[in-house]
Design a protein around this ligand. Structure first.
Ligand code: T4K
Length: 378
C-alpha cells in the first residue's frame, strides 16, 4: 500500500459548531438594548427553559461551565469526607471533589462501557464516604440501576458527570428513575456538540435540590436581605446564553452530519484487525472513539497516534493519563490498583469527529490507520 497523502492542515479532534453570525448578532442586539448583561437575564431564562425542554426530565439550572456545576452539585448534596469516583474521566470530575477539600477514592471501571464499575464501588466504600461520582463516558450511561442499589444500601448520594450526555437526540436520559442520580451535570463547552462557548447545567428530579443549586450559583442570595448558603458565582452571562440560544437550531443538523461521518468511519474500520469502535455509533454523537488491541493490531495506540499526527490528524487520548495517575492523586492508596482503567487508557483514541468533516476526510483517516496496520510508517 502506498503512503497516504497527509492532510494539508491539521484536522483536530473537534471543531466547534457555529451558528450563522447574523443570528447571534440579532440576539446580541437585544442584549445591547436591554443592558442586562448577566444575573439570570432574559437570554439566560430563555436558554434555561429550552435546555430543560430538551432534557425532558426533572429540573434544569444553567451554570457558567460544567466544572462549577459539578462543584455546585457536591455542595448542594452537602457531601463530606470522601467521594468514590471514576479514574477514567476528564480531570474536572476529580478536581471538583478535591477543590472542595474532599478526598477522591478511585474505583475501577467496567471494561465494556468504560464507566465506573458498581462492583468496584462496593469494594472501595469505607467509613467517611458520602457520595459516588460516575462519568457517562463519551455519553454512554453508567450502570445507574446497580449504582442506585449500592448507594441506597450504603446511604450515599449519587452525582453523574454527564458532560458528554447532551450530544444526543432526546430523550437525553433513559426512561429510568435512576438515570439522573441525585444530580447530573452537563457541559456546554465550545468543544461540545451543543455549546454556549462556556457553559453547563445541572439536572435533578428534586425541586428542593434545584432550589439549592440555583442559590449556590448566585452567592447563596435569596433576597437583598437574606443569604442562605455559602454560594459562588456560577452564573452564565447573557452573551454566553445568547450563543446557546443561537445554537439550539444547529443541534439536529450537526447530529445528522456526524452520523454520516460516523458511518464512513464504521464502514472503513470494520475488518481492520485489532480496532474496535467504542463510541460514536448512536449513544451520543460527541466523540468517535476506537480502541486499539496492540497484539491484534500489531502496534500500540501511541505509535498509531504518532503516525496520525505525522499526517496532520490530531486525534486525542481521551482519557489518558488516568486522573489517578495525575500528580495530585497518584499517591492515594485507591490510585494504585485500577487495572481495567489502566489498560483502557493505553488503548483508546478519539478520532476527529465533527459535522464540518466530510465522509472523504473519514475515509482518508481510515486509510492512514490501515496503512499503519500494514506496517507503513513515515
Ligand atoms: N467532565 C467531563 C467528563 C469533561 O469531559 C469535561 C470537559 C468537564 C467535566 C468539564 O466541563 P467544562 O468545565 O469544560 O464545561 C476539552 C474541553 O476544554 C473540555 O471542556 C472537555 N471536557 C474535554 C474533553 O475537552 P482539552 O484540553 O482537550 O481542549 P483543547 O483546547 O485541547 O481542545 C481540543 C480541540 O478542540 C483542539 O485541538 C482544537 C479544538 N478547539 C478547541 C477549542 C477550545 C477549537 O477548534 N476551538 C476551540 O475554541 O479539553
Amino acid at each position: 500500500m502506498t503512503a497516504p497523502i497527509p492532510f494539508e492542515r491539521p484536522v483536530f479532534v473537534t471543531r466547534p459548531v457555529l451558528p450563522p453570525l447574523g443570528d447571534y448578532v440579532a440576539l446580541l442586539e437585544t442584549v445591547w438594548q436591554s443592558h442586562a448583561l448577566t444575573n439570570m437575564g432574559p437570554m439566560h431564562q430563555m436558554l434555561e427553559l429550552a435546555i430543560g425542554d430538551r432534557v425532558g426530565a426533572g429540573e434544569t439550572a444553567l451554570w457558567n461551565n460544567g466544572t462549577s456545576a459539578l462543584m455546585g452539585a457536591i455542595r448542594a448534596l452537602e457531601l463530606r469526607g470522601k467521594v468514590v469516583v471514576t479514574p477514567f474521566t476528564f480531570p474536572a470530575t476529580v478536581h471538583a471533589i478535591a477543590l472542595l477539600g474532599l478526598e477522591p477514592v478511585f474505583a475501577d471501571i467496567d471494561d465494556e462501557s468504560l464507566t465506573i464499575d458498581p462492583v468496584k464501588i462496593e469494594e472501595v466504600i469505607v467509613d467517611g464516604v458520602s457520595g459516588i461520582m460516575g462519568t457517562h463516558v463519551y455519553g454512554r450511561f453508567c450502570a445507574t440501576e446497580r449504582i442506585a442499589e449500592v448507594a441506597s444500601s450504603s446511604g450515599l448520594k449519587v452525582i453523574y458527570d454527564g458532560a458528554h450526555s447532551f450530544s444526543r437526540r432526546p430523550p437525553i436520559f433513559p426512561d429510568d428513575p435512576t438515570a439522573i442520580g441525585d444530580i447530573t451535570i452537563l457541559s456546554f463547552h465550545a468543544t461540545k456538540l451543543f455549546h454556549s462557548v462556556e457553559g453547563g447545567a445541572t439536572v435533578t428530579m428534586d425541586p428542593e435540590l434545584n432550589r439549592r443549586l440555583k442559590l449556590l450559583r448566585n452567592f447563596g442570595i435569596v433576597s437583598e436581605s437574606e443569604v442562605e448558603l455559602v454560594g459562588m458565582n456560577g452564573k452564565m452571562s447573557e452573551v454566553h446564553a445568547a450563543m446557546g440560544v443561537a445554537m439550539l437550531g444547529m443541534i439536529e443538523g450537526e447530529i445528522a452530519q456526524r452520523e454520516a461521518v460516523a458511518s464512513a468511519y464504521a464502514a472503513g474500520l470494520e475488518g481492520i484487525e485489532g480496532v474496535r469502535i467504542v463510541a460514536g455509533n448512536g449513544d451520543s454523537m460527541q466523540y468517535f472513539v476506537i480502541r486499539i488491541d496492540p497484539v491484534a493490531f500489531g502496534s500500540t495506540r501511541d505509535v498509531l497516534l504518532d503516525t496520525l499526527r505525522s499526517m496532520n490528524v490530531v486525534a486525542r487520548k481521551y482519557f489518558s493519563p488516568l486522573c489517578s495517575d495525575m500528580d495530585p492523586y497518584s499517591a492515594l492508596p485507591s490510585a494504585q490498583n485500577l487495572p481495567v482503567a489502566r489498560t483502557a487508557a493505553r488503548e483508546v483514541l478519539a478520532l476527529p469527529f465533527y459535522g464540518g468533516m466530510s465522509a472523504d476526510d473519514a475515509h482518508r483517516i481510515v486509510e492512514i490507520i490501515e496503512w499503519h496496520h500494514g506496517g507503513g510508517r513515515l
